[in-house]
Write a protein that binds this ligand. Sequence first.
Ligand code: TTP
Ligand code: MG
Length: 361
Amino acid sequence: MIHSWNNVIFHIDMDSFFASVESSKRPELKGLPLVIGSDPKSGSGRGVVSTCSYEARRFGIHSAMPISKAYRLCPDAVFLPVNSKLYKEVSDRIMRILRSYADRFEQVSIDEAYLDMSSKVCDHTTATKFATQIKNKVVETEGITCSVGVAPGKTVAKIASDHDKPNGLTIVQPTEVKQFLAPLPVAKIPGIGKKTEQILKQMQIKDIGELADADIQILMNKFGKHAISMKSIANGIDVRELKDKTEVKSISKEDTFDFDTNDVDKIDSVLMSLCEDVHRTMLRKQFLFRTVTIKVRFKDFTTYTRASTLPFTTNDLETIKKCSRDLMQEFIDKDEFRLIGVGITKLEKIDRKQTLITDFI
Ligand code: TTP
Ligand code: MG
């Protein structure tokens, strides 16, 4: 295992994010139990809690709980609806700050990111210095606190940021990784969900230390190839790179016909297949879109683009197809086509938070 400060990853996660944003805009809410989610309707509401302040957590309220239950637990809490637009704006500004500190940067969800700080941090003192600077900067600019985990790899950094929430800073030095992980329950490893936890429990494996020492063959009999990554992570070995996703503004595909054509069926079939290509890329990159564009180039090289913007964001293939067909109408029968293209813009990243915690099995 690596025992020097070669690789230094920070994982930063905002504290009770939606609730913190609300109370930074309305300071009179600070210190109160605050629940962000759908309307509780005096206890008969059917939606869920998005998040809540730490004061509300003391009543047992948490994310994804039915809002009716949250109301029963603390009817005096302040209940506010989700203001996604506001949280996205604050998140964008925070991410810009975080990115400015890092050699490499990976945003994971609306309120968390990994920063590769390897070239700047070489010991506990410099780790503390940078983490404190970043925390202070976020408080100064947005009035909200965050928790920071520092470790030689992504997984341990993520576990560390959660270790001392809210407003925490947990530095796991390269020599301390195994002893930091060992006493923690296996469910602390991202990806180990209820099912995996239950099977491990039946195998008398409850904490990460026991998982680290478990027989790989026995683990593989239960979990297949996932056993290898589970055991590696339990041993503090995690070499996953940061994925620096540069901002994608549009996704488009175009195709030049083998011969210039005005065959309506052929044009439509190429158009539909371009829509499917764009759609596939969009799903892979986890985006939603609001605008569909088409491009037409006639045989004399004159080129036109047209766009259609929806009143909502979506990731629906049929919508891309319908908008493209509608936009294409004005060009049909005008001249012979040389090239057509389809694109989507006004992209929005799907928040991975909801799907991040998938079970290993
Ligand atoms: P989290 O970082 O999981 O939670 P949090 O920031 O509210 O609290 P913590 O201090 O424990 O980090 O999620 C970030 C935001 O994502 C959260 O403020 C609201 C939203 N969210 C949901 O809407 N539904 C959910 O089930 C979860 C987990 C989060
Ligand atoms: Mg958070």
